[in-house]
Design a protein around this ligand. Structure first.
Ligand code: SF4
Length: 350
């Protein structure tokens, strides 16, 4: 669904632009050196936009220096205190994320909107199923529902539009995957503001990845969503890897090596699990758009790796380098990884 375009620092989202990947720092924003280091690491891994918590005035002030030392747009995440939102804007935030429902009176929201308007920075209106207004939306819909989340978000969007500002991005979140999917389907029909999509509180690496892949997959596959975040209880770098893979799997992003590996079986004679993990790490920074297979045996490996551009298959003490399903070279097992790396680094010379 085509949304309006919104400029976030140097990036443009919405309007059919590529879906951008977001993450959030977990350093103390007041610790400028640690925050800058984490942002730059995430940016190098493929993070397009970063969000930092701004829980104190010191954190808001730190944004000025952080902004000087990073390339990607910085979004300030504010809860409760409208003065922090205004300070974050004054200190160079490229966008602010607020839940108008917890900012306080209309006057306070208006003050934040005026500050954002003055600098023309977008506001992300965030509504979370956990913070739904109990008095009317939970009662009206007999519990927390997708309809209630959507109504709550659109109410807040309308409030800001009525204040004369429509440079907005919406995020509606629920940790209930199917409720989240339904809410996105409903809201996409009712607004053309860009949508930031994510499954909130998705969990640790395994459950977070599964819930996010299913939720984001179902939402993005319908053409809904302009930016995404995979929320994981873990290193934010994992969020970037997962987000890239989700986009790549859906065909929404090109580039980067895709690693496929066999599940191992009774024919496996090498430490394939270790090898597959090593390959995955090794290829992360090689800028090729190809498929690499890591197979556990030399009997079926070459055939099963046929669809990959290049693959390795482990035997007893030696392994094969396979190109497009054909055995290309035999190498000692200890040199398998290094030989694959060599082939990848010289890929374009073939
Ligand atoms: Fe088993 Fe070989 Fe197939 Fe891997 S490639 S699952 S080791 S038969």
């Amino acid at each position: 669904m085509k949304t309006k375009t919104v400029k976030i620092g140097s990036k443009v989202i919405g309007g059919g632009n590529p879906i951008l990947i977001q993450s959030m720092t977990n350093t103390k924003t007041e610790d400028i050196a640690a925050t800058v280091a984490q942002i730059n690491k995430l940016a190098a891994a493929g993070c397009d936009i970063i969000r930092c918590a701004v829980p104190t005035m010191e954190a808001a002030e730190a944004l000025t220096e952080i902004k000087k030392q990073v390339e990607i747009p910085v979004v300030a995440d504010i809860h409760f205190d409208y003065r922090l939102a205004i300070a974050a804007i004054e200190h160079g935030a490229d966008k602010i994320r607020i839940n108008p429902g917890n900012i306080g009176s209309r006057e306070r929201v208006q003050a934040v909107v005026d500050a954002a308007k003055e600098r023309q920075i977008p506001i992300r209106v965030g509504v979370n199923s956990g913070s739904l207004e109990k008095d009317f939306l939970v009662e009206k819909y007999h519990g927390v529902t997708a309809e209630g989340i959507v109504e709550s978000a659109l109410d807040k969007v309308k409030m800001i539009e009525d204040m004369g500002y429509d440079n907005l991005v919406i995020s509606i979140k629920s940790s209930d995957v199917m409720m989240c999917v339904k809410a996105h389907e409903l809201i996409a029909e009712k607004t053309d503001h860009p949508l930031h999509v994510g499954i909130t509180e998705a969990g640790t690496i395994i459950s977070g990845n599964i819930k996010s892949a299913i939720g984001l997959g179902l939402i993005l596959h319908q053409g809904i969503g302009d930016t995404i975040r995979v929320s994981l209880t873990g290193d934010p770098l994992e969020e970037i890897k997962s987000a890239k893979l989700i986009l790549k799997t859906l065909g929404l992003r090109k580039g980067g090596i895709e690693v496929v590996s066999c599940p191992t079986c009774g024919r496996t004679r090498i430490d394939l699990i270790g090898l597959a993990n090593q390959v995955e790490n090794m290829v992360a920074d090689i800028p090729l758009d190809i498929k690499v297979a890591v197979m556990g045996c030399v009997v079926n490996g070459p055939g099963e790796a046929k669809e990959a551009d290049i693959g390795i298959a482990g035997g007893i003490g030696e392994g094969l380098i396979i190109k497009h399903g054909e055995v290309y070279k035999k190498v000692p097992e200890s040199e398998l990884l290094e030989s694959l790396r060599y082939e990848l680094l010289h890929w374009n010379e073939n």
